[in-house]
Design a protein around this ligand. Sequence first.
Ligand code: NAD
Length: 494
Amino acid sequence: SNGNSSASESFVKMPTIKFTKLFINGEFVDSVSGKTFETIDPRTGEVITRVAQGDKEDVDLAVKAARAAFDHGPWPRLPGAERGKIMLKLADLIDEHAQEIAKLDTVDAGKLFSFGKAVDIPQVAHMLRYYAGAADKIHGEVLKMSRELQAYTLLEPIGVVGHIIPWNFPSTLLFAKVAPTLAAGCTMVVKPAEQTPLSALYYAHLAKLAGVPDGVLNVITGFGKTAGAALTHHMDIDKVSFTGSTDVGREVMQAAAKSNLKAVSLELGGKSPLLIFDDADVDKAADLALLGILYNKGEICVASSRVFVQEGIYDELVKKLKVKAKDWVVGDPFDPNVRQGPQVDKKQFEKILTYIEHGKREGATLLTGGKPVGKKGYYIEPTVFTDVQDDMLIAKDEIFGPVMSLMKFKTIEEGIERANNTKYGLAAGIVTKNIDVANTVSRSIRAGIIWINCYFAFDNDCPYGGYKMSGFGRDFGLQGLHKYLHTKSVVTPL
Ligand code: NAD
């Protein structure tokens, strides 16, 4: 097992849980059915607390509140700068409570506490400030008509939006949707993932404190097949913005088609390639490759799960990876020395271990890792497979865990072709000092974001999203705002 693991030590830092009810029309309320569900601490497998289980009836109430706030409330009618002011206040409140919120995401999702407090949660506040600054700059254009007509476009909020959020980045991915939706002047119903409901409810409380009017932001905690499906099938929601798996993305689109043809945007799964060329600094490349698959325990849609290494440095890189993977500390995410916490839940933990068994059976070589860490909780060793063939399951499926597939390639053309040989197209990385190689490869890969000599370099102004079956639509950047706006053309004779 991993020599540096500290999973057996116990860092019991359970935060006080203040908010466990649904947030509808500015109030915390029980679900209509009175039902609740357990949310589990992946460090131990024990119950943190019970949370209100929203269902169709609750979604109906939340949509009603959001519709009233959109049709008659102040939010869409406020000058953009006024919406921006409230968003800035919310950003400050989030900064003030960063520690408390980071704790919630750590116990709910197993995320690193020190990173959450210093990076993830402050990033959420920055995102609010970014979109707050855009809220008073949403405008259309004057059109050049071919006849004696005068025309211009208006950009209007799209209406009531349903947001469906995954568990791997409960804060960042929530605000990648909520912040631009607020700026656009829309109202919304948010469904966090059932594994990670706690921070979304805390944010709802802060939004109320900041002055977000009742009904603008509603949070329904609950399950995908019930609460989530009620949103996607709803007749009075104008858009669903979904982040999650490709399989559920397909269901979301079907539900939209079968109900009111609501607009849909999908941020889905990935199996992203990292191409390391012969001229790379091998030590740095090994660090990048490990970060690319182990960050957030591999539970990140853009993880570099397929690493293609050019043959000249393959053997040296394999040696480095073996040493470095063993130094990667797995354990309690509250421990500041730990780099990898537990997988989010038992289901995910078992799924990853099953893929590792598949890899072994298919004939890949287990370079390092492959086993659970500790006796309780859902920890898994950093795992690297070599001798992986492109058609093996571990090279094709999104594992969403700390499992790297290493492959050797000869020419640039071969690297590009094999990197593109996937149904996904979310991200890709390139490691080379050769600008021509970097340019050729970045233009040839069909993916929404390309990182050259870096990985996970996200920024508020930098849109990202999928090609192919990784979805469509972009979060972040001004594109992430425009997806919540309609264009209306206004025409009059001159
Ligand atoms: P998931 O698709 O199972 O669940 C995502 C959300 O959808 C949850 O809130 C869930 O409750 C809800 N849901 C489930 N079934 C539903 C249904 N039938 N109707 C409506 N909603 C439903 O995904 P997950 O396991 O929570 O997250 C992991 C997946 O998300 C991975 O595939 C990952 O790549 C992807 N992801 C993508 C991005 C991106 O930006 N592209 C970011 C993070 C995660």
